[in-house]
Write a protein that binds this ligand. Structure first.
Ligand SMILES: N[C@@H](CCC(=O)N[C@@H](CS)C(=O)NCC(=O)O)C(=O)O
Length: 193
């Protein structure tokens, strides 16, 4: 049995970081999903599957309005929304489906925590892990603003305001990385794990 189940549209850059971490840390992932264009015709659930395999009542009960990156209807079960209150993908589940993990950075951290002892990818102490969290946290504003920017370009609705926000958070995020690297070769620790 895999250590963690991940459901997403595939490929999704948001899960590459978890897949890379899993390879380096010796964690087995069970990655499920389909192309972005196919996912609206899937049941979003711990046991995700094409709607062709789902009964009509189950499909009707799961119908929701998409909110980000998709339009129209998506089919998310109550159990999916209980495990993953944002209703977004990627999301991950414990092998028994009882624990849901959402936000791609959190999924990556879960993979690192599940990894073999000593891999060092999430630091070598509580404080080093917290420093890594600091960089992941400042990434969130940039990730959100760049998502709005890319979706606006895709929808041919790019405004000066959206561009300005993405540009500002890009500068602020990379500025912090540059500042950290002005004092040494690593963002955290003294060597690559
Ligand atoms: N910050 C989240 C973003 C996830 C996200 O926005 N996912 C969108 C697709 S890009 C989604 O699942 N939308 C579902 C919906 O529209 O209901 C992460 O990094 O995991």
């Amino acid at each position: 049995m895999a250590d963690l189940r991940v459901f997403s549209y595939l490929p999704n850059p948001r899960i590459w970081k978890s897949i890379i971490t899993a390879r380096l840390a010796g964690v087995e992932l069970d990655v499920r999903g389909a192309k972005p264009s196919e996912l609206p015709r899937w049941l979003w659930d711990f046991d995700p599957r094409p709607l062709s395999e789902v009964s009509d009542p189950e499909r009707r009960a799961a119908e929701r309005k998409a909110h980000t990156g998709f339009s129209g209807a998506l089919y998310k079960t109550d159990a999916f929304l209980k495990a993953n209150p944002t209703g977004a993908v990627p999301c991950a589940f414990s092998p028994d489906g009882r624990i849901g993990i959402f936000e791609s950075n959190s999924i990556m951290r879960a993979v690192a925590r599940l990894g073999e002892p000593g891999h060092g990818l999430y630091g070598t102490s509580a404080l080093e892990s917290a420093r890594i969290d600091s960089f992941l946290d400042i990434n969130l504003a940039f990730a959100r603003d760049s998502q709005h920017y890319l979706l606006a370009i895709g929808g041919r609705k790019l405004s000066a305001n959206v561009h300005e926000r993405a540009s500002g958070s890009f500068r602020s995020y990379l500025g912090a990385l540059e500042q950290a690297l002005a004092y040494g070769d690593y963002l955290c620790g003294e060597a690559l794990p």
